[in-house]
Design a protein around this ligand. Structure first.
Ligand SMILES: C[S@@+](CC[C@H](N)C(=O)[O-])C[C@H]1O[C@@H](n2cnc3c(N)ncnc32)[C@H](O)[C@@H]1O
Length: 561
């Protein structure tokens, strides 16, 4: 809660405020200014005062119909001054008022200044005259404003789908005196049409991170068809940021430049293959910078970032990869190792290229993936429904299957063996066809399904892609299971109970015959030798092992024989 009195403060050039309730000292003028934009009506009222009588899109006009123009001239002046110092108090306040959860479905995280500066430094080094810059998913306009300052002869097109955010962007442009140099398009970037121009267009920004679950079937269809036109196959699992890259390719001309920051996962995952292909083919990849998660890029989201720089239509023989581990490096974005395009085309995991190529396997070791297939546990869609709990309506016991439903089922075992199925919780596995059930059983299953529906279990993404929606099926039990996320190395255990597994852990399925004794030795070795560094380490020491990373763990060959 922002205390009431903060709303009524006047001019703050260097203000120190002692809040008696909780003794917090706010000494930073930027934070105080953001705190004065206490709620959306205040924020939008100030934005309205800054925008004045400019023509708005219909969606903005209707979204703003109830907003009163602010008359707090101190606040308006302070906000205008901050914008002209290169800050973004309106964007910061928008993020403070709307929680990350509220902004997530539209992929709204605004980019910190050092990232924008680094990306523009890369563009400057290309020594091109930028005639137009396009900022797709422009948010409050951080790239647009910084770009217009960096390239005084350029015009900008800022595309933002959310009308309120677009209006904040308009206010920023107005306060900075850029209204005539920039056009705000309030629309989905994928539906944008643009006139061709003679000069260079710079495509720059932070495309929204929305996972495929949040993307409608029509846009998925658009994505596959458009990719096909460029000669590539696409995955339905691609996130919105990949759609933005593709749209950029569709709109760009030879000689343009591009620089986008996104989450780094596309470097390695299957759906990222389309982007990897585009960069080695048509989109003209130049540099990929992978930013360590300890360097803040996405504000509230702790993920590794990739800054991808490209020159559409250019054909170079190599692509450069660099790791960025400090803010100072990020502000510079100096190119890294050159990798032949031909080598990048055949490498399915580009994170190896960031490290300069795949390491030689040491003698006497093999990859765990040569002994086992490692798979995620089953996704139920809603564990609160599909894992039996105290309030689950009673069901026939044959539909209740012992399962590993919590990583502690693995970490708390004695001697790394899950022996006792009875101590585990139950996964609810109903038959697909309920018509053949005896009437008593059928009645209890239907009671359960009514309850599940009330909790929305039939409407989850997973349930909608399951036929019928209630058929959480049993799988072949994995003989070995492993935890994959934590502030410690993963824990491996033998699954002697033959328990089912949900996606709290991974299952290891042997690709060759192993005796029980061999499996025991292997599990003991893995528990003693695998370190956090074998996985992907995130800020705060959190480590994650995707199945592909687990399969790359090096294991002594003798354990397989
Ligand atoms: C990751 S934010 C980046 C904002 C801004 N460029 C920055 O870096 O600070 C992405 C923005 O894209 C907007 N957005 C989401 N889907 C969009 C779409 N399909 N077309 C245009 N904008 C979209 C969101 O509302 C959000 O403001």
């Amino acid at each position: 809660m922002i205390p009431n009195r903060v709303q009524h403060l006047g001019s703050h050039k260097l203000l120190q405020l002692l809040l008696p309730m909780n003794q917090i000292l706010i000494s930073d003028t930027a934070e105080v200014l953001v705190a004065r934009l206490v709620d959306m009506p205040t924020l939008l009222g100030v934005a309205k005062a800054l925008v004045g009588s400019a023509r708005l899109s219909d969606v903005e006009s209707s979204a703003l119909s109830d907003v009163t123009t602010s008359r707090d001239s101190d606040l308006i002046d302070d906000v205008r001054a901050a914008i002209n110092e290169g800050r973004d108090p309106l964007g910061d306040a928008y993020c403070a008022i709307n929680s990350p959860a509220q902004r997530r479905d539209r992929g709204q995280t605004f980019t910190p200044d050092h990232v924008v500066a680094g990306m523009l430094a890369w563009v400057k080094r290309q020594r091109k005259t930028i005639a137009r810059l396009v900022d797709p998913g422009a948010g409050s306009g951080r790239y647009t404003l910084a770009g217009l300052r960096a390239f005084p002869d350029a015009k900008a097109i800022a595309v933002e789908m959310d009308p309120l955010v677009a209006f904040i962007l308009r206010a920023n442009l107005a306060a900075a005196g850029f209204t005539k140099r920039a056009k705000v398009v309030v629309a989905d970037f994928r539906s944008l049409t643009l006139p061709q121009i003679d000069g260079v267009t710079l495509w720059i920004g932070n495309p929204p991170y929305v996972r495929h679950h949040g993307i409608g079937a029509e846009w998925k269809d658009w994505y596959s068809k458009t990719l096909k036109r460029f000669g590539h196959e696409g995955s339905q699992l691609a996130g919105l940021h990949l759609h933005f890259f593709l749209k950029t390719l569709e709109l760009s001309s030879k000689g343009d430049l591009g620089c986008y920051v996104t989450a780094a996962e596309w470097l390695d995952v299957k759906y990222g293959q389309a982007l990897r292909q585009l960069l080695t083919n048509g989109l003209g990849g130049r540099d990929v910078f992978v930013v360590d998660p300890t360097v803040q890029v996405f504000g509230d989201a702790m993920v590794s970032a990739a800054i991808t720089c490209f020159a559409p239509g250019s054909a170079r023989s190599s692509l450069h990869f660099a790791e960025v581990s400090t803010e100072a490096q990020l502000r510079k974005l100096s190119s890294g190792n050159a990798i032949e395009i031909a080598a990048a085309k055949v490498e399915p995991k580009w994170s190896f290229l960031v490290k300069g190529g795949r390491a030689e396997k040491p003698a006497g070791f093999m990859e765990l993936g040569e002994m086992f297939r490692v798979s995620r546990g089953q996704v139920t869609g809603l564990n609160r429904v599909w894992v039996e709990g105290a309030d689950t309506p009673k069901l026939p016991s044959r539909f209740l299957i012992p399962a590993i439903t919590d990583s502690t089922d693995i970490t708390k075992t004695s001697k790394h063996v899950i022996n006792d199925a009875q101590s585990l919780r139950r996964l609810i596995c109903l038959p697909r066809d309920l018509s053949s059930l005896a009437s008593l059983e059928k009645a209890s299953v239907e009671r359960f399904l009514d309850w599940a529906r009330r909790l929305g279990a039939h409407e989850t993404y997973t349930a909608k892609h399951r036929n019928p929606w209630w058929s959480v099926s049993t799988k072949e039990p994995a003989p070995v299971v492993m935890t994959y996320m934590g502030r410690r190395p993963p824990v491996f255990a033998m699954n002697k109970a033959g328990a089912q597994l949900i996606n709290v852990a991974h299952g290891l399925y042997p690709l060759q015959q192993f005796s029980e004794r061999q499996l025991q030795k292997l599990v003991a070795w893995l528990n003693e030798n695998v370190t956090q560094e074998d996985g992907r380490v995130y800020a705060g020491g959190l480590t994650k092992f995707e199945p592909s990373e687990a399969m790359r763990i090096l294991v002594p060959v003798e354990l397989a024989s």
